[in-house]
Design a protein around this ligand. Structure first.
Ligand code: HEM
Length: 494
């Protein structure tokens, strides 16, 4: 027993010494281990990734390696090098880290899961005629849910609500109705799924970092189990409860079955998909409407654009395609509030050439991370006054989309990267853009909408959400709204 303890102690000591003794090789990026043994910078990283990486960028430049909870993570903030990195699928592996997160966040293990086959399957559903059908169905579902709101039932009455929950709840439920198997006779189930999802979503970043406390773990677990049950009730129940058939969810289920994924994992994978497909659009719509409500000039420009299309009697569906001002507002919103961390594992040593020609060695066994939020999105060499919301940042003077952005005289391929890049770029981006625009147009054409406090500023972001797609606010923003007395457009042009 004593010997086992001594051997164990020596083993732990050896691992500890190996980790703390790592030193920088001449060709490697600057190494910053932090002061705390093993943990390194983990606490600062978990508290606020953006502040931490900004500090490291000032200290070391566009590439550096930091120690985070025993791992060495090389952070790259040079957009001109992103392509070289992301296209190298031999030296850099997407799957291992994705599987680790799947386990931590969704209690899901799919060892034989092949991300490439799944991507190909997803692409079939979110492109071409299938995409058109999904967008149409999303439009109808948004309208259906909107018509069921109190505002639509009591047109003259003003209602008060938080803007974040207003946007998230409507877009989430419409997206869920569009993609998932729902018993349409039981619409209240929609609200239950949304409520449980919000409980779960609130703890996701902690689950991913393994920093949940005991009580939080219990809450997350309960919400998870409830959602597994709710999401599988329709398709496992079959018979009477079975809804319309041919849904995206059913097709996904068949895909999993064709990959021989076992039934319990099929159930759990549905929650992962619920998060992937419904977790970002609602928060994005919140920021967009929040920016419009706090920037009257931007609101006037968007309203004028929609009005002019209405005057030309564009149907709502094509209305979405002719909106350069709204498109610029959306791009600017995503620039300021989309903040995914793109992470890969280095499975072979790799030499990486950065702007300026210098080469760095990425070491096998480390992780490599891109954080496009810092660069290009908030890079002051690419975007003037990057902290400011400028609704026309992505507009040319002639009203067309602006695509030319420069850094140190070089035209940038990546000047805004809310959807990631290369082989793992967001598959659902067209569906997401369409849903957000449909929602915003519906709200602006149907409702009188204003802030309860006209002087209110946008709430700040919850720093724990950096790294997980769309940011969320630390608190909500109260709005008042009622149906427009002349809510003619939507009814007459459907
Ligand atoms: C504003 C909304 C959204 C944002 C900002 C967003 C952002 C992203 C980003 C940054 C990635 C790349 C992650 C990486 O490379 O590691 C990604 C991947 C993905 N997104 Fe989205 N997304 C959004 C909405 C959606 C929607 C609505 C869907 C589906 C309906 C979707 C489906 C996916 C899928 C399936 C992937 C994985 C692609 C792969 O690994 O090959 N996303 N998303």
């Amino acid at each position: 027993m004593l010997w086992t303890a001594i051997l164990l102690f020596h083993g732990i000591l050896a691992v500890f010494v190996i980790y703390t003794r790592r030193s920088r090789k001449r060709t490697e990026p600057p190494l910053d281990k932090g002061n705390i043994p093993w943990l390194g910078h983990a606490l600062e990283f978990g508290r606020d990734v953006a502040i931490f990486l900004t500090r490291m960028k000032k200290k070391h430049g566009d590439i550096f390696t930091v120690r985070v909870a025993g791992h060495y993570v090389t952070v790259l903030l040079d957009p001109n090098t992103y392509d070289d990195l992301l296209s190298d699928t031999k030296a850099l592996d997407f799957k291992r880290y994705a599987q680790l997160l799947m386990q931590r966040m969704f209690s899901l293990n799919m060892p034989n899961h092949d991300p490439l086959t799944e991507r190909a399957w997803m692409e079939r559903h979110f492109q071409g005629p299938n995409l058109m059908q999904l967008c149409e169905s999303m439009q109808n579902n948004l309208q259906l849910l909107f018509n069921a709101t109190e505002a639509a039932r009591n047109p003259l009455q003003w209602r008060q609500e938080g803007l974040f929950s207003f946007c998230y709840s409507l877009l989430f439920r419409a997206g869920y109705l569009t993609l998932f198997e729902v018993d349409r006779n039981d619409i209240t189930q929609l609200t239950t799924v949304y409520d449980e999802f919000r409980k779960f979503d609130g703890l996701l970043s902690k689950l991913a970092r393994s920093t949940v406390k005991k009580e939080e773990r219990r809450v997350a677990r309960c919400a998870q189990e409830r959602l597994w049950e709710l999401l599988s009730a329709c398709w496992l129940g079959g018979g009477a409860s079975r809804a319309q058939g041919n849904t995206w969810q059913q097709s996904y289920l068949q895909h999993l079955q064709s990959e021989s994924v076992e039934q319990e994992s099929q159930r759990r994978a549905m929650l992962l998909q619920l998060w992937v497909t419904q977790g970002n659009a609602g928060p994005a719509a919140f920021w967009l409407l929040g920016f419009l409500l706090t920037h009257p000039e931007a609101m006037r420009a968007v309203r004028a654009e929609i009005r002019s299309l209405q005057e030309q009697r564009h149907p709502l569906v094509s209305l979405q395609k002719n909106t350069p001002v709204l498109d610029s507002v959306l791009s600017e919103t995503l620039r300021l509030r989309a903040a995914a961390l793109i992470t890969r594992e280095v499975v072979q040593d790799k030499l990486l050439q950065v702007s300026g020609g210098r080469e760095y060695l990425l070491r096998r066994g480390d992780r490599v991370c891109l954080f496009p939020f810092l660069s290009p999105q908030m890079d002051e060499e690419i975007h003037s006054e990057p902290e400011k919301f400028k609704y026309d940042r992505f507009l040319n003077e002639d009203g067309t989309e602006r695509k030319d952005f420069f850094k140190r005289g070089m035209r940038m391929k990546y000047y805004n990267m809310p959807w990631g890049a290369d082989g793992h770029m967001c598959v659902g981006r067209h569906f997401a853009v369409s849903g957000i625009k449909q929602f915003v147009i519906m709200v602006l054409t149907s409702l009188d909408l204003e802030l309860c406090d006209q002087q209110a500023a946008m709430p700040s972001v919850d720093p724990s959400r950096y790294g997980f797609g769309m940011l969320q606010p630390i608190s909500d923003m109260e709005i008042r709204y009622r149906l427009k007395p002349t809510r003619s457009y939507l009814h007459t042009h459907q």
